[in-house]
Design a protein. Structure first.
Lengths: 290, 62
């Protein structure tokens, strides 16, 4: 680097240092990008406080705790600090209902999805609009947890009742048609308007979900312009950032299932052979320069 | 090359916790014997300090 190029210092905001965060730190030092890791659990700002010195020019939000990441980002943005991804983008991508509403509104193909706000209405919706077969998902949450494939009225009744006894957010019922995907789905990592990497995630055994957290196998995604265009379009209503777009293949073409705003990338790095961490850092440095 | 590690004892079961040489503060170690998770809270001159890791919460994920 020459003296004329402004050196951008990047901070990695973390709570648990996973493989991903270590990889970002390692690649940054290999690329001679000044980098610091900041334990966001120790951040306790007050109104009017100046932006902490140790945050550098721009931060990558990597908290594994969704609310911790979301609201620490909100505070930092109010201190005029730049965070990737933004509060607005995290708020939409961290909520499956908001994501579905935006996908539909922007003309992006997504599975048939419907919502209910009370237990009995949810059961009626399940029987009448889904003919008694649907996937029920918590609107926040990840790693495939509490996602239920329901195929029976009485099982659904029991699950919906259990949900009604949990935290009130579990009484916002999100149902989606069960997509008969070909034993796999697709994860694409997008930064800004560029495709970074992609992979297939396979389901194993009689499991219908493909989450790495459940143990699905991964494989490199061959170049596919239809899928790539769909992935780029899927993040067009979000602020320029780094996203993991989940796509399912159907007989009628690919559909977008969800968008992850703080995606993991160990699996994608291994499957695709792309150095995802370095690409993320390049994007973030470019953001700060423009 | 074999990774160099330092040894620590699991406070739950007494099992051997291996701390890899390239370990970093904030990283989680899982006890191979009982599965309890520890966070590395400091690393000074080869001295490792561990604390019980935060439990996985409902909002954890990508
Ligand atoms: N409507 C659906 N039909 C069939 N399979 C689905 C449907 N929705 C989700 N799945 C599968 O279930 C798994 C989890 O889905 P989803 O990605 O929505 O949940 P998640 O908990 O947010 O996961 P993550 O955030 O870790 O990607 C995925 O493997 C996906 O392929
Ligand atoms: Zn132990």
């Amino acid at each position: 680097m020459t003296g004329l190029v402004k050196m951008v210092t990047v901070s990695i905001l973390y709570d648990v240092l996973r493989w991903e965060e270590k990889e970002l730190l390692k690649k940054a030092s290999e690329m001679s990008i000044p980098v610091v890791s900041v334990d966001i659990r120790k951040f306790s700002p007050a109104l009017g406080d100046k932006r902490p010195e140790n945050l550098g020019d721009i931060s990558i939000q990597r908290s594994v705790g969704f609310y911790r990441g979301l609201f620490s980002t909100a505070v930092l943005e109010h201190m005029n600090h730049r965070v990737v991804n933004t509060y607005r983008s995290l708020e939409i991508t961290g909520n499956k209902m908001m994501t579905s509403l935006h996908l539909y509104q922007n003309g992006i193909r997504t599975p048939f999805t419907a919502f209910a706000f009370e237990e009995d209405a949810a059961l009626r919706l399940f029987m009448e609009r889904f003919n008694g077969e649907a996937v029920l998902k918590p609107i926040t949450g990840s790693w495939g947890r509490m996602i239920a494939l329901l195929k029976d009225k009485f099982a659904a009744q029991a699950v919906l009742h259990d949900r009604s006894l949990m935290h009130p957010i579990q009484s916002v019922y999100y149902f989606q048609e069960f997509v008969r995907k070909p034993g796999r789905d697709i994860r694409i990592i997008v930064a800004g308007e560029e495709i970074i990497a992609g992979m297939y995630r396979y389901q194993t055994g009689d499991e219908w979900r493909t989450n790495a957290a459940i143990g699905g196998r991964v494989e490199k995604l061959p170049k596919d312009s239809e899928i790539e265009e769909l992935a780029i379009k899927s993040v067009s209503f979000l602020d320029a950032g780094i996203y993991g777009v989940d796509i399912m293949e159907t007989d009628g073409g690919p559909v977008v299932n969800e968008i992850n705003g703080t995606m993991e990338f160990r699996g994608t790095t291994a499957a695709s052979g792309t150095d995802v961490a370095s690409e993320m850092l390049k994007f973030v440095v470019k953001q700060e320069k423009c | 090359m074999v990774e160099k590690t330092t040894m620590n004892e699991c406070t739950t079961c007494g099992g051997d916790l291996h701390v890899p040489e390239d370990a970093m503060v904030g990283e989680i170690l899982t006890c191979p014997d009982c599965g309890v998770e520890f966070e590395i809270v400091s690393l000074v001159g080869g001295q490792v300090k561990l604390a019980a890791a935060e439990n996985i919460k409902e909002d954890w994920g990508e």
